[in-house]
Write a protein that binds this ligand. Structure first.
Ligand code: ADP
Ligand code: MG
Ligand code: ZN
Length: 499
């Protein structure tokens, strides 16, 4: 792969306007596949969730999964779309070994949902109204594994394995209209949009929405046009970018790559591209014209989908609070600064915080735990996952501190035992005797022992040099293995000095 030349990002934005368009595939979490009764389940032995329909044996006839249709309608409604009273499936014809039928059953000119909009907030705080062109139903393809090459791609492989377990799993593809006006924040907006879609489908409960498993995948279209030009530039479509960070990086890379070509009098080829996380670069895929000849035609084996008004309205009634409304509500309830709140949103910790607060923690304490110690532990873990602790347990930990039963240091120790599966924080505190010692008798004994080696401290305190107290507090803490109530030790020292 020849290394492409890139224009400096700021320079690129001085000369060009960025237009992006996002296609997001959402894998639904129905029990069964889109057109057959096979299990829709991740992680099974290859080719065990298959039947004559999803491997296309002659004569097998598909039937539409009702739950998948309802989930698609919910997604459409949550994105503010119109729902089509009638819609047909279409065959999208192409050869690829991961689809045994040699066509994908999709929707073409009659998508189930169309003309929606989604408000998306970027990290700077600006809100963009992203227009949705359509959301349509289709089926996923199987999974190919290319063996023997160095890249894991088909090029250079000796042979390929195919697993049809995923073939026929229901997907909803959500397509935006071209998005203008994001300026230098186009990469952030692309990632924030996908984050919002993910948040919506997760909130609806219609998808597991795990990007690392490919439940939510994004194709990012990017084009540039000279500032002031009317006509849209030629776009590239970077396929299957599957983390928020990669989306942002891939869009930024395409802007810089295209800008360099255009500024040097070159032309952009309309093509698909692949994102390489390790190289931080995209590479050319296949050329793609707008009128891709997939020979779409109406699917003759399926009746049209005709959801009744009553069904649509009853589904609308089940929609949860919109993520944007929820954020506004929580920001008000928690009373964080704008920056504190945005950090929580960007860290994808709203659910955890909301549950922790609901379990009785003060919002600031909940924030401190999830954004601090727990985020640090998650970052250091291999999968970068949130550690094995429930919001209720975090709330319990915060409450123990608030009630003065444990201090911050003891809390970290208790947390370690919680993560090791020893039980709830309160159980651990009592089982291991980790309570803070605020019993005056024990504290005074420890203070006196410390003063025996630092006899000048009381004089120093009397003269107003309070920093001297720190040495005694430190010695007491050390003697009591960190379980002393430091604030009480300080009070007692002052009392003793002033006696
Ligand atoms: P395709 O079949 O090629 O994937 P789609 O209609 O499914 O086409 O998706 C194309 C996406 O690209 C849409 O989100 C659309 O808004 C966007 N798009 C179209 N033209 C441009 C352009 N010139 N620059 C950026 N995005 C574009
Ligand atoms: Mg498309
Ligand atoms: Zn099947």
């Amino acid at each position: 792969m020849a290394k492409a030349e890139l224009m400096n990002y700021e320079q690129a934005l001085e000369q060009f306007e960025v237009v992006i368009g996002l296609e997001v595939h959402v894998e639904l979490n129905t029990n069964t596949k889109m057109f057959c009764g096979c299990k829709n389940e991740f992680g099974n032995e290859p080719n065990t969730n298959v039947c004559p329909i999803c491997i296309a044996l002659p004569g097998a006839l598909p039937a539409v999964n009702k739950t998948a249709v309802e989930s698609s309608i919910k997604i459409g409604l949550a994105l503010g779309c119109e729902i089509a009273p009638t819609g047909r499936f279409a065959r999208k014809n192409y050869f690829y070994p991961d689809l045994a039928k040699n066509f994908q059953t999709s929707q073409y000119d009659e998508p189930i949902a169309f003309e929606g909009a989604l408000e998306v907030e970027v990290p700077s705080g600006a809100v963009h109204n992203v227009l949705i062109e359509r959301a349509h139903m289709e089926e996923d393809a199987g999974k190919l594994t290319h063996i023997g090459g160095s890249t894991g791609r088909i090029q250079g492989a000796e042979y390929s394995l195919v697993d049809y377990n995923r073939a026929g799993v229901p997907l909803v593809e959500i397509v935006t209209k071209p998005i203008y006006g994001a300026g230098s924040e186009a990469p952030e907006l692309a990632a924030a949009y996908v984050r919002s879609v993910r948040e919506i489908v997760k909130g609806l409960g219609v998808s597991d929405a795990r990007m690392e498993r490919g439940n939510v995948r994004c194709d990012a279209n990017v084009s540039l046009r000279k500032k002031g030009a009317e006509k849209l530039g030629t776009r590239t479509e970077t396929k299957n970018v599957n983390s928020l960070r990669s989306i942002e990086r891939a869009v930024r890379y395409e802007i810089q790559r295209q800008a360099h070509i255009l500024a040097n009098g070159g032309t952009i080829i309309q093509e698909t591209r692949h994102w390489h996380e390790d190289k931080g670069a995209t590479s050319a895929g296949r050329p793609k014209s707008d009128a891709d000849d997939y020979r779409y035609f109406p699917e003759p084996d399926l009746v049209p989908v005709q959801p009744s008004r009553e069904l649509i309205e009853s589904l609308r009634a089940t929609l949860p609070e919109k993520p944007a409304d929820r954020r506004k509500r929580l920001a008000g309830e928690w009373g964080f600064s704008e920056l504190e709140f945005r950090d929580v949103v960007n860290a994808d910790l709203l659910d955890q915080l909301e549950e922790t607060v609901a379990a009785g923690a003060k919002p600031q304490a909940a924030r401190k735990w999830w954004m601090g110690e727990l985020a640090r532990i998650a970052n250091e873990s291999e999968e970068g996952a949130i550690p094995n602790i429930t919001p209720a347990q975090v709330a319990e930990l915060a409450k123990l501190i608030e009630d003065g039963k444990i201090n911050d240091r003891l809390a970290r120790e208790v947390l370690g035992y919680v993560l090791a599966g020893e039980g709830s924080p309160a159980e651990i505190v009592s089982a291991r005797g980790l309570e803070v010692v605020s019993d005056d008798g024990a504290l005074i004994a420890a203070i006196e022992a410390a003063l025996a080696t630092q006899p000048d401290v009381l004089d120093a305190i009397r003269e107003g040099r309070m920093q001297a107290a720190g040495q005694v507090i430190g010695a007491v803490m050390k003697a009591m293995a960190g379980s002393a109530d430091a604030a009480r030790v300080r009070e007692l020292l002052i009392e003793m000095a002033n006696k």
